[in-house]
Design a protein. Structure first.
Lengths: 311, 311
């Protein structure tokens, strides 16, 4: 069996996996991300870890390459411009550099959200579809576009970075990115907390949300229990997420949206609220897009990274 | 020299061109579009016209194929779902059907806005750029995405159909598409007329626009003359167009936007108004996109159609 290494680099640890070319993860392990000194040890540490595994498993002839997902914009050639979480400030070709450290092995690099999208496309919720947009609903909103089975990286590696689409130019509160009115200010976990607080302040209705810490999970639990105030928040969240997805559909006309990240754990409770507003605002020619929940969780990054070097 | 036929199908006439593989149009001619009987004569008429030209010019060995641009959504395989202007109601593969009528010649089909985008990318304003989005500002807004040198058609051929992105879910006036708040309700020629009328009604300021028919051209002429009310309209138009482009940039992160269509004739007078609001609303990683004016006019469709079959 042939394998590829799937590497998922985070700010505190690097997750490495051995993935068969048929899409099975046979081993997964972690090393710390050493961000000191401008993160200059990160790639050598990764190369060392891969080489040891090759030796340990006798994979000299069976490892066809390594794919690496990174928390920053990566273009088609593997050039990263900046990765704040890794303390990388320079613009350089990650794929070339890691390839050199691995003795010329085939290496591809991608943005972590794009790589996770590729994983879901290959082995997860996007498996039986054509063009796909993955939307990761966490603290913020990340995203990745898969077109003709490949990552759509965009000119500066910001393709599918949909969290900062401006939905509301009149917003007064600023987003972390410096702009205001960004998609992720409304339709992320942070957005849910904000919309819930606004609703709690605006009304004096009873709600189980008054008796608990306000989180995305608490909101969807309350919706499940039929809590009326929670349902109003769900409508507003669905409005923003559905509208935002309709805008994306109007640009790239995907066959499916795959929703991942913490908020997506709400699953079937959430989908009707999103679908309703998507249908209301999507152009008719793009309205057939499916909206489904991601299935791979954290494995998406490992699988997608490996898939980059598997034809 | 090798040639390709570039065919641009409109509701009243079909424009045909002979295009060298280096991008020179050596001949261009028209035939009527016969829309009667569900438009069933349209493709046979085109095939006949191409065959006659081959014979007339002795191009039996030198015509490498034919590309055809159509007023309707066309997917990657050449399947069109509907083309109201051509009275086509059925879903069928235009490329295959025309190829058969041409004795098995290589034929590719695309949506006309996408095909024009490919023309501008190949020989026009997008020539020295990577990924490109063309935005055609006419009565409505059309668009086309060029990714890695090829048309991004989308799942149902509606990729780049950006005119119906919803920018304003609170809009009360409906768009022709049935939705409300579409991009083209604000940033097209029709949008300019509407914004101008609103501004004329909302204020009693003197303006040369009170003495003339309100058109996009009249607006930009007045802006050139320093007309204050016209400048306020230009700001509102720039706000919608710049904001809309920033949203598109946040999805596909192009290197350049090429603005075409009637409104783009305003050229350099218009660009600063668009740029200002694009810069204000675009995510920083996508903000370097250039915004330029199309250069090919009506030839874009002929060139782009031919380019589809030229590698």
């Amino acid at each position: 069996m042939k394998y590829a290494a799937g590497i998922d680099v985070g700010g505190t640890s690097v997750k490495l996996g051995l993935v068969s070319i048929e899409g099975e993860i046979s081993e997964i392990w972690e090393i710390p991300t050493r961000t000191e000194d401008g993160g200059k040890q990160i790639l050598p540490d990764i190369a060392e870890a891969v080489k040891r595994k090759i030796e340990e498993k006798g994979l000299e002839k069976d490892l066809i390459g390594a794919g690496i997902g990174l928390p920053g914009p990566v273009d088609d050639d593997g050039v990263i411009r900046k990765a704040v979480n890794l303390h990388w400030e320079r613009t350089f070709n990650v794929a070339d550099e890691l390839s050199e450290l691995l003795g010329g092995m085939k290496v591809k690099a991608g943005n972590d959200a794009n790589v996770a999208a590729l994983g879901e496309y290959w082995q997860g919720a996007g498996k039986n579809y054509g063009d796909m947009v993955m939307v990761t609903l966490g603290t913020g909103i990340g995203g990745g576009i898969i077109h003709h089975g490949k990552i759509f990286a965009g000119t500066t590696g910001a393709g599918g970075e949909i969290g900062h689409i401006c939905l509301n130019p009149n917003e007064k509160i600023h987003c972390n990115c410096g702009n205001a009115g960004c998609f992720e200010q409304y339709a992320s976990a942070t957005g849910i907390v904000r919309l819930t607080r606004e609703e709690l302040e605006a009304s004096s209705d009873e709600s189980e949300l008054r008796k608990t810490e306000v989180t995305a999970k608490a909101l969807w639990d309350a919706v499940k229990n039929g809590d009326k105030l929670a349902i109003r928040v769900a409508e507003r969240f669905g409005y923003y997420l559905g509208w935002g997805l309709s805008v994306i559909a109007g640009v790239v006309n995907p066959e499916v949206f795959v929703l991942g990240g913490g908020v997506s754990k709400a699953g079937d409770v959430m989908l009707p609220y999103v679908r309703k507003y998507f249908d209301e605002h999507a152009f008719h020619a793009c309205r057939d897009a499916q909206i489904v929940i991601a299935t791979l969780g954290n494995s998406a990054g490992t699988l997608g990274a490996a898939k980059m070097v598997i034809d």
